[in-house]
Design a protein around this ligand. Structure first.
Ligand SMILES: [Zn+2]
Length: 401
């Protein structure tokens, strides 16, 4: 087997299935479904996988719209897993291009399967259908509810990028909190001295956060909004609530910032005579640890396939529940560009990105990303050296923490 000819071979296998793959991505785009309601998307993707000879388990891990698909060839061998995302954003639809990333993983699984049959390569391909990436953390729940990555040597997915094709530079982990203050209502003009102002407490909290940013470790982020701030100008608010996100690529830094944040809530409560309360409301996402070896394999294949690649790195400030996968087994989450050369970049979660996620260039890039992912799968299944390098890299990332 000639490693140089593999990307072309895998791309040709996918090309033969272009019509159903693109059709599926387009239907998912036209039927945007948000967290845990991705019934059409999960059905379409599992129908394709069944047609391709994969065994399918759905519902999976206690979630109606999660699934697990598997193909095994021969006996023994390694296991390569692909995560497929397919949820849309609330309101705007597929402005994160998950209609493309989900199908790219299915295309990759199909091409890897064809290649394993043709060249008699033993091993296992697993596709994990992971709902609710945008909110809800399907991957986190899958790990909590079942050991979905047991026996997996590497896990990957490729995500659409409004710019060019690029490697995974990691991403932040995130924890989300509600800061709630309880005060005492009173007439703001008639009897203000009888009130305890819960909005003052929020304002002091936001001022404290703003000042803290000057001294905060620049590798962490804290940001928020006031959701409930009172209702009438002539009533001192007795209840206010804000939502705060804390992010970093280092988990310890998230804890450090949280520590200070909780003291600020206490301080704001003390200064205003209110009672302060913090509630963690979101499923926390862990930072993403990209595996260099898997990243290199993807980028090499992407170049070979003529994708519009760049060595620029993504900002890594957004968070993804793929982070939790990457902490359990070696993983990478590179990006495939869906803007044609010469087009301006489309910002994430924008109308422009949504349009490109249903464009001819985006669909071409999705199919190529599938071929590049399939290359990674074949390298993991066939090359013990590569597997050892991936494991070494994973171990050193962990000991360096
Ligand atoms: Zn996304």
């Amino acid at each position: 087997m000639n490693m140089r000819t593999i990307p072309g071979e895998l791309a040709a296998a996918i090309e033969a299935e272009r019509q159903p793959l693109v059709e599926t991505a387009r239907t998912i785009w036209e039927t945007p479904e948000t967290a845990f309601a991705e019934h059409t998307a999960a059905r379409l993707l599992t129908e394709l996988l069944k047609k391709y000879g994969f065994s399918v388990e759905k519902p999976y891990a206690g979630m109606e719209t999660a699934f697990r698909a598997e193909y095994v060839h021969g006996t023994g061998g390694a296991t390569f897993a692909l995560a497929a995302e397919y949820d849309a954003l609330v309101g705007i639809g597929h402005a994160c291009g998950h209609n493309l990333s989900g199908v790219a993983s299915v295309a990759a699984a199909y091409a890897a399967k064809i290649h394993m049959e043709k060249h008699d390569i033993a091993g296992r391909i697993v596709v994990l259908g992971t709902p609710a990436e945008e909110k809800g953390g399907g991957k986190v729940l899958m790990l909590r509810n079942t050991n979905c990555l047991e026996g997996v040597d590497a896990v990957m997915m490729a995500h659409a990028s409004g710019g060019r094709t690029k490697r995974d530079a990691g991403s932040t982990g995130i924890r989300g909190f509600r800061a709630i203050f309880h005060g005492r209502a009173s007439h703001a003009a008639g009897s203000p001295e009888k009130g305890l102002n819960a909005l003052d407490a929020q304002i002091l909290l936001f001022d404290a956060i703003g000042l803290y940013r000057q001294q905060m470790n620049p590798k962490a982020l804290i940001h928020g909004v006031i959701i409930e701030g009172g209702e009438a100008a002539n009533v001192i608010p007795d209840h206010t609530m804000s939502r705060i996100g804390i992010r970093s690529q280092q988990e310890a830094l998230i804890d450090e910032v949280y520590d200070r944040f909780s003291k600020m809530v206490e301080g704001a409560a003390l200064m205003t005579g209110c009672a302060g309360e913090i509630v963690e409301y979101a499923v926390p996402y862990k930072p993403r640890k990209p595996n260099r070896v898997l990243n290199d394999l993807f980028m090499e294949a992407a170049r070979e396939l003529g994708m519009n690649v760049t060595d620029e790195l993504p900002s890594g400030r957004g968070a993804s529940d793929f982070g939790d996968f990457s902490q359990v087994v070696p993983g990478a989450h590179p990006y495939f560009g869906i803007s044609a050369p010469g087009q301006p970049d489309a910002p994430g979660h924008s109308e422009l990105l949504k349009a490109r996620a249903n464009g001819a260039y985006g669909y071409d890039s999705m199919l190529k990303a599938g071929a590049a992912l399939a290359c990674c799968a074949i390298a993991v299944l066939t090359d013990a050296e590569t597997r050892a390098a991936i494991r070494r890299e994973f171990g050193s990332e962990h000991s360096a923490k």
